[in-house]
Design a protein around this ligand. Structure first.
Ligand code: MG
Length: 236
């Protein structure tokens, strides 16, 4: 049996608008404390390029005109806000993601989602974009609503460990994701990993974490997996 674990934010959902709205909100909150302060809002494209280059929140705050102290506050407020409503409403489907999932569903492939979203946050997105149909409950690996997060690069390998313990054995397993956390989770457990460029990391950033492959998006990643399994079948 062939199994694919896919990350959610990045390969399936585009979070850039949510992140940008939260940036605007936090900059407005923190940057209007002094009457004479000049803050400037980065255009979305520039903001997102910085996120993809892993520029820290504090740096983004300072580039936008905050002083160092404010930038710390800005980063804290951002962290508190980014995974809350109403901002989740701004998430949209990654182009081609539903078609890719539909294509996968027609194959005899065991598909599971693996995400740092909490149950409630994943449920919201499932309902919002009609995605629950692709993932039965026992193929949803996410965080409980009261999980205390540490760092994604530490939490995601733990989630992967749980999945590997619980799920029936597969003959071939792949992970698809858009960040270093996905790559770490797969590599820690000897799973092949394909990074997609349509998410929150640039190709240069992804290269530094050495996934097995970097492709444009979920659809291209699925192409690779299917192609690979075909040649594997032929070699038996
Ligand atoms: Mg992601």
């Amino acid at each position: 049996m062939l199994r694919i674990f896919t990350d959610f934010d990045g390969p399936i959902v585009d979070v850039s608008e949510r992140y940008y709205r939260v940036y605007e909100y936090c900059l407005k909150q923190i940057g209007t404390q002094y009457a004479n302060q000049k803050i400037h809002f980065l255009p979305k494209e520039k903001f997102w390029l910085m996120k993809r280059d892993r520029v820290s929140e504090q740096q983004i705050g300072m580039i936008s005109g905050l002083n160092k102290e404010q930038a710390v506050e800005f980063a804290n407020l951002r962290k508190k806000t980014v995974h809350t409503q109403p901002y989740f409403e701004y998430d949209s489907l990654a182009p081609g993601a539903v078609e890719a999932l539909t294509r996968l569903k027609k194959q005899n492939i065991d598909l599971a989602v693996m995400t740092m979203r909490r149950v409630s946050e994943l449920d919201f997105a499932f309902a919002q974009h009609n995605l629950g149909r692709f993932f039965p409950e026992n193929r949803c690996y996410c965080l409980s609503n009261d999980y205390i997060k540490t760092r994604d690069v530490d939490d995601k390998p733990l989630l992967m460990q749980r999945a590997l313990e619980e799920l029936p054995r597969a003959t071939d397993t792949w992970m698809i994701g858009d960040t270093e956390a996905d790559i770490a989770a797969a590599k820690k457990h000897g799973i092949k990993v394909i990074a997609v460029e349509c998410g929150i990391r640039s190709r240069t950033q992804l290269e530094s974490f050495q996934p097995d492959l970097i492709v444009k998006d979920l659809s291209a990643a699925i192409d690779v997996v299917l192609e690979n399994s075909k040649s594997l079948a032929l070699s038996y």
